[in-house]
Design a protein around this ligand. Structure first.
Ligand code: SF4
Length: 208
């Protein structure tokens, strides 16, 4: 009789793409980094610029060994795990293997699923379209709120009250609304100096 072996959770992951580039936004702006973009997202942001990531079934399922081998091909040792929504998966095994191979590990997440994994930097970007899971607030190193609508300032302030006291606060104009909201964000930051500004500099540099 054939016995089926269950694949341990988090050891095979849908990979939409992986590429070596320069981190364009947030605290690590300007740092060379290997991006691991996992497929699958159930948040549904109207302005999402990676909508093709939403359906996890469209992407090849790779072993974490293969994913890490891809990262090792490049000289940088900073990895950014993004999506999609990467916390849809148990990220414990992937981050453990990256750690064993000497990587600094960052994540970009909407926080919409239970937190997992071992990270050096957690960039939490909450979205109105799906409530964050409570586990994100104590581990977030950076709260990055994308401003697409005037009401996003109140949304940002509300989340700033929920994150831990060491969490850095950033507002980032959504690319298509940058002309309208950048001056308003500048005024907001000047009047609320705990907040800093993040820009999608990779778009200015025309890199992924
Ligand atoms: Fe797109 Fe990210 Fe929003 Fe998911 S959470 S819909 S990937 S912007």
């Amino acid at each position: 009789m054939k016995t089926e072996q269950k694949v341990p959770e988090g050891t095979m992951l849908p990979l939409m793409e992986a590429f070596y580039t320069i981190q364009g936004e947030g605290r690590f702006t300007g740092h060379p980094a290997y991006f691991i973009r996992l497929g699958g997202c159930d948040v549904g942001c109207v302005w999402c610029d990676v909508k093709e990531s939403w359906d996890s079934g469209k992407w090849p399922i790779l072993s974490i060994e293969k994913i890490v081998a891809g990262a090792l091909e490049f000289p940088g040792r900073l990895v950014v795990i993004t999506g999609g929504e990467p916390l849809m998966y148990d990220l414990g095994p992937l981050t453990k293997l990256l750690r064993e191979n000497g990587f600094t590990i960052n994540i970009e997440t909407s926080g919409a699923h239970p937190f997992s994994g071992d990270f050096d930097w957690v960039c939490f970007s909450p979205k109105k379209f799906k409530k964050p899971h409570d586990s994100i607030y104590k581990v977030a190193d950076e709260l990055k709120v994308v401003v697409f609508h005037q009401s996003d300032f109140e949304f940002a302030k509300k989340h700033a009250e929920l994150v831990n006291i060491n969490c850095e606060l950033r507002l980032q104009p959504e690319w298509s609304k940058a002309e309208k909201f950048t001056p308003i964000i500048i005024d907001f930051a000047k009047n609320h100096p705990k907040w800093k500004i993040s820009l999608q500099t990779h778009k200015f540099m025309d890199i992924p």
